[in-house]
Design a protein around this ligand. Structure first.
Ligand code: TYD
Ligand code: MG
Length: 463
């Protein structure tokens, strides 16, 4: 047997060093380096074997689109890019308790109902706990085969016997354990080695593998970012535990688009799909309150209307607070500076609180106009018109810039009964005419001063 090999691995970025250090040289994190002992080198012991010849082929040739098996949960299938691809590996990440096990048990049950063979390996919960959840979800009668196991060698030996499985779920990868590595489950070394073995099996077999991964408090997948490179798709399941909405977001997908989202609602009996998220996100909106504006946003290919709320409070201390939920704090700072410098809206003695209602996270710069409208509305204590949606990016000189997919946004607004939209000014030349849905009035806003003028009382308009 080979002499044990010791090395040091950063638990945050996976960098390997020969010496222990307090700070990782690669990612700069402190106290993340841990010793790792390999019982022997992986692979065949003894002399390195001579390599086999790799065959190279030309670029022309048939590349069939990968076959897909729709799971039967449209919100999930959309995020997957149409369904599960055989021999592919999907990583589903999310905070503990957000609903990953619930989603995957429901997905497994849907697939099992179509007659496919589905294996569910739970390393976190006992058989009894999973059965309880299955009962709650009403899926106890499906043909899912369940095992409680954490030893990857045992799992692999069992999977090699079951050639006809369509889906294998490993819940979660942080609980898996491989005996050739001496660190504890959940460490980078274990997570990486276990994933590697399981992924290798999936690639040679014909089943889809789903790995569940927990997310640490700073938002990265516990342990290795390395894992994200090893899998074909990474989906994040996010949401605020205080809200019932859950959003499944693709951050990487070798077989589909990465900006798609699926929207779910956590109910007493599991996750329910939300085919019309706009209606849900606007459900609790109260009209006629200053500081609220509706943003016509886009998540992937899908328009989503959300309410933006701003609250301003006087703070004479000279160091006002800026607090943001659901949007980028840096971008809020920029917008406040533009409002102040270009439109004269003073904010230096005002605390600004900004919230995207419903727990959604908005990443689009197109939200600028809606956010500026909410802030201006709060600053002058004048409500935005209740039937209006806003979208447009704001540049540093205060100009309102074009954004993609204006038509889809307008259509969604019309569908939900809005009667007007504030949007960037159409370019005079070259731009094709915007087809506005019937009954929707378009109000073009060329500059942030035009926006502020809608809220500011007459006397301050020119001063
Ligand atoms: P779970 O799927 O166990 O989360 P994860 O695997 O991501 O850790 O879901 C946990 C939460 O969901 C738990 O707080 C209870 C809640 N829940 C419901 O509200 N309804 C349900 O039908 C189920 C199964 C769970
Ligand atoms: Mg779980």
């Amino acid at each position: 047997m080979a002499k044990p090999v010791t090395r040091f691995v950063c638990q945050s970025c996976g960098a390997v060093t020969m010496k222990w250090a307090g700070k990782c040289e690669t990612c700069g994190e402190w106290n993340t380096i841990e010793e790792e002992v390999l019982a022997g080198r992986p692979g065949p012991a003894g002399k390195a074997s001579a390599g086999k010849r790799v065959s190279f082929v030309g670029l022309a040739g048939t590349a069939e689109p990968p076959p897909r098996a729709p799971v039967g949960i449209p919100e999930l299938d959309r995020v997957l890019g149409g369904g599960l691809v055989p021999s592919s590996v999907v990583l589903v990440g999310g905070d503990p308790g957000i609903g990953k096990s619930t989603l995957l048990l429901q997905a497994a049950a849907q697939l099992a109902r179509t007659g496919k063979r589905v294996l569910y390996v739970s390393g976190e919960e006992s058989i009894e706990q999973v059965r309880l959840r299955a009962r709650r979800l009403g899926v106890s009668d499906t043909s899912i085969e369940l095992a409680a196991a954490i030893n990857v060698r045992d799992i692999i030996a069992s999977l090699e016997q079951t050639k006809d499985a369509a889906l294998v779920v490993i819940d979660s990868i942080q609980t898996m354990w491989l005996d050739s590595i001496e660190s504890a489950p959940g460490t980078v070394a274990q997570v990486r080695a276990c994933s590697f073995e399981l992924i290798r099996l999936a690639k040679t077999g014909s089943f889809s593998l789903v790995l569940v991964g927990h997310v640490t408090k700073d938002g990265s997948l516990a342990g290795p970012r390395v894992l994200e490179h090893m899998v074909d798709a990474v989906l994040y399941f996010e949401g605020d535990r205080g809200h019932q909405f859950r959003i499944l977001r693709a951050v990487k997908n070798r077989f589909g688009a990465t900006d798609e989202i699926g929207v779910f609602e956590m109910t007493e009996r599991g996750l329910a799909e939300v085919p019309n998220p706009s209606a849900l996100f606007l459900a609790e909106r109260r009209g006629n309150i200053a500081g609220s504006a509706v943003f016509a946003g886009l998540e992937g290919t899908r328009p989503v209307l959300v309410e933006v709320q701003a609250l301003l409070a006087p703070n004479p201390s000279g160091s006002p607070r800026r607090s943001v939920i659901g949007w980028d704090g840096g971008r809020l700072g920029m917008l406040l500076a533009v409002l102040e410098t270009r439109a004269g809206v003073r904010m230096n003695q005002t605390d600004v609180y900004l919230n995207i209602a419903g727990g959604l996270r908005v990443n689009e710069p197109a939200a600028d106009l809606a956010i500026a409208a909410a802030i201006a509305s709060a600053a002058f204590d004048k409500p935005t018109s209740p039937g209006m949606v806003y979208f447009g990016e704001i540049g540093l000189s205060g100009e309102v810039r074009q954004v993609a997919q204006a038509e889809a946004r307008l259509k969604e607004a019309a569908k939900l009964g809005f009667d007007s939209a504030a949007l960037p000014r159409r370019l005079a030349h070259g731009n094709r005419k915007l087809a506005a849905p019937e009954g929707l009035r378009l109000e073009e806003i060329g500059h942030i001063t035009d926006l502020v003028a809608r809220f500011a009382p007459e006397s301050t308009k020119n001063g």
